[in-house]
Design a protein around this ligand. Structure first.
Ligand code: PLP
Length: 398
């Protein structure tokens, strides 16, 4: 049975070229980058080259790239590191209700330490209001953190406009963007977008797990959250994950080399998927932008479809796990809501924020595409849904 992997927002398949490079590093170039001998120097070269490469993609300085162990660590470092370093300027932080737990739980920790946090809501399309953001900014606001692409519904926040707004009110407010779901899908130039901190994760971009990075504008103050041997200028101690760093950098290059074409194809697939899946009775796609709902004449795919790769689908009367495991029987892998919020059965903050009917909260699955996804994969997924949904509903509906 062919595997059809449509859970790419949870994680992606590592590119074979990345596996080969990492294997060479593990087998041959395995030195510790802090060692003074040639093995150490070779290892250090991989790190330098990755910094150069990633900084070129973002159009920032190489010294502004900090390697971390994952998107979660990048987010934690951004929030906790900045809050601690800037406490004298104020204790107020702003974020949204639909962030990943890596942000929401770091904020909770900061609240326990005495910081005040404002959580911005969203409209039914999963997008924040700039007016609400403006009204939330106070004299003692030190940081605003807004995700670029939401991992559950694929809504895209107006990051550029938010950056302009924040800096026009107070240029010292630090602006963090969780770009874990958008890096590799969008052109991101933090300096042009007023972004001071940007989180990225390796395993969402066909790189390995256990690696991520944080762009840190050299002008802002930040404190470490991990202490030890002083690697990475004392900002993030711990022997660098050389193979992971090199692998993530190669994966990023491979995505950005072909970005325009791949993203165009992903949008075509997303459009096709939405058209086909909504033909099934009582199946709904959540959080689509207003432009598509109102059939506007826009030719901007972001305005029509949000992010190119995430599709949130509610199947009335069928619980997410039941749908997920049925599809799995046919080799189609999807996730229930968001795989990143572990196995806990807490109602999704994102789905609640867009005002999804309570009955549908438990009946939502997420399809997420990647550069590997084909039209045939989508056809099979739709065919299987057409097959299973009426059958499963027979048992549920009286
Ligand atoms: N932020 C967002 C938006 C995510 O989707 C995820 C993971 O799904 C993370 C952060 C955490 O990334 P990681 O799994 O690398 O810790």
């Amino acid at each position: 049975m062919k595997e059809i992997y449509l859970d790419n927002s949870a994680t992606t398949q590592v590119f074979p070229e990345v596996c080969r490079l990492m294997s060479k590093i593990y087998e041959e170039d395995y030195g510790n980058p802090s060692s003074m001998h040639s093995k150490g120097i070779i290892a250090e070269r991989y790190i330098k080259s990755a910094k150069d490469n990633l900084s070129k993609i973002l159009k920032v300085n190489a010294k502004e790239i900090l390697f971390t162990s994952c998107g979660t660590e990048s987010d934690n470092m951004a929030l906790i590191g900045c809050a601690h370093a800037n406490i004298r300027r104020g204790k107020h932080l702003i974020t949204t209700k639909i962030e990943h737990p890596a942000i929401l739980n770091a904020m909770k920790q900061l609240e326990e330490e005495g910081f005040k946090v404002t959580y911005l809501g969203t409209d039914e399309t999963g997008v924040i209001s700039l007016e609400e953001l403006k009204n939330a900014i106070q004299d003692d606001t030190i940081l605003v953190s807004i995700m670029h692409v939401n991992n559950e519904i694929g809504s895209v926040q107006p990051i550029k406009e938010a950056g302009e707004l924040i800096k026009s009110i107070n240029k010292d407010i630090i602006f963090h963007v969780d770009a874990v779901q958008s890096f590799g899908k969008f052109v991101l130039h933090p300096k042009k977008m007023n972004i001071d901190l940007l989180s990225v994760s390796g395993h969402k971009i066909h790189g390995p797990k256990g690696i991520g990075f944080l762009y840190i504008n050299e002008k802002i103050k930040i404190k470490p959250i991990i202490f030890g041997g002083g690697q990475q200028n004392g900002l993030r101690s711990g022997t660098e994950n050389v193979a992971g760093i090199a692998g993530m950098s190669l994966a990023a290059s491979m995505l950005y080399d072909n970005l325009e074409e791949d993203v165009k194809r992903l949008y075509e697939l997303k459009k096709y998927f939405i058209e086909e899946v909504t033909k099934i009775e009582d199946v709904f796609v959540n959080g689509l932008p207003k432009a598509i709902i109102n059939s506007d004449d826009s030719d901007d795919p972001v305005l029509l479809y949000g992010a190119p790769h995430v599709i949130s689908v509610s199947v009335k009367d069928i619980r997410s796990e039941v749908m997920l495991h049925s599809l799995e029987e046919s080799g189609v892998f999807v996730s229930a809501g968001s795989a990143c919020s572990t196995h806990k059965r807490v109602p999704s903050a994102t789905l609640s924020s867009i005002g999804l009917e309570p009955k549908l909260l438990e009946s939502t699955i997420r399809f997420s595409l990647s550069v590997h996804t084909t039209k045939e994969d989508i056809d099979t997924a739709i065919e299987k849904m057409n097959e299973y949904i009426p059958m499963l509903r027979k048992y549920i509906r009286r």
